[in-house]
Design a protein around this ligand. Structure first.
Ligand SMILES: O=S(=O)(CCO)c1ccc(-c2ccc(C3CCCC3)c([C@H]3C[C@H]3c3ccccn3)c2)cc1
Length: 240
């Protein structure tokens, strides 16, 4: 099949983001602060500014029982579920279906006073990754979202300020087979989730407001999303 113009960028970005997501917090350089903790979920951020704008990188690690990496990535990637779990979303459009595992989105997020409303244009790619560490271990799944230009949707022409984001959701399924050899149930699976994101707000917004928004919204977002996947999958066959 003919390669899509974005494919080389997507492939390079996915490999780069997954390599970074797999690194432990200690290896990710210094300056990470644990800013939220809820049971198994630990959320870190680093305070960074670009041209006076807050672009704090975020890294969250979480372990959730009863769901698999494929399921987590499936519900994160598919547009049809997004309004159910992404509470700050005002509008979402699929601008282009690049392939069955690669979409281009336009999203507007609810305005956060006093900042002006934001929008994002990004490609989103879902991929299963060979578990190169442990050959017979379960595979890993990832979704990478990365802002891109779209000639038919130039930045900052309307009322919305264009943000620039790079997001990586990396999921590693763990299976604990029952001792008595009975079939695997949801009690025997769990998923280690690593969520990394860097968001450039695109235009000036008060650092204190942005940091307060991230501190409030990111823990809420990950908790709500993982709870959503648990509820959507509990009565369905396991998707490995
Ligand atoms: O993981 S995703 O790809 C899932 C697809 O939706 C993702 C996550 C988060 C965002 C995002 C981008 C910018 C903002 C801010 C920046 C200045 C003003 C709006 C916020 C604010 C709304 C807050 C927020 C933070 C964390 C989670 C959700 N909501 C969120 C975009 C995409």
């Amino acid at each position: 099949a003919v390669q899509h113009r974005l494919w080389p960028e997507i492939d390079k970005m996915v490999k780069q983001q997954v390599a970074m997501a797999r690194m432990g917090i200690g290896e990710c350089g210094t300056g990470w602060q644990l800013f939220a903790e809820d049971g198994e979920m630990k959320m870190y951020r680093r305070e960074e500014e670009v041209d006076g704008m807050v672009v704090d990188p975020l890294k969250a690690v979480h372990v959730v029982k009863g769901i698999t990496g494929h399921e987590v990535c499936h519900y994160f990637f598919s547009p049809k579920y997004r309004y159910d779990w992404e509470t700050t979303l005002e509008h979402m459009t699929v601008l282009e279906t690049i392939s069955d595992d690669t979409l281009m989105f336009l999203q507007t997020h609810k305005r956060i006073w006093p900042a002006s409303q934001r929008e994002a244009v990004f490609w989103s790619h879902m991929r299963k990754l060979p578990n190169d560490q442990d050959r017979d271990g379960p595979d890993m799944w990832t979704v990478v979202n990365n802002s891109t230009e779209d000639p038919s949707h130039p930045a900052n022409v309307g009322k919305c300020v264009r943000i620039y984001l790079t997001v990586c959701l990396l999921c590693q399924t763990r299976v604990h087979p029952p001792k008595d050899g009975t079939p695997i149930t949801r009690d025997n699976v769990s998923c280690k989730i690593t969520y990394c994101s860097v968001v450039n707000p695109g235009g000036w917004a008060p650092a204190s407001v942005l940091r307060a928004v991230y501190k409030r919204e990111y823990p809420k977002f990950l908790k709500r999303f993982t709870t959503y996947v648990i509820n959507q999958t509990k009565s369905k066959p396991i998707m490995f």
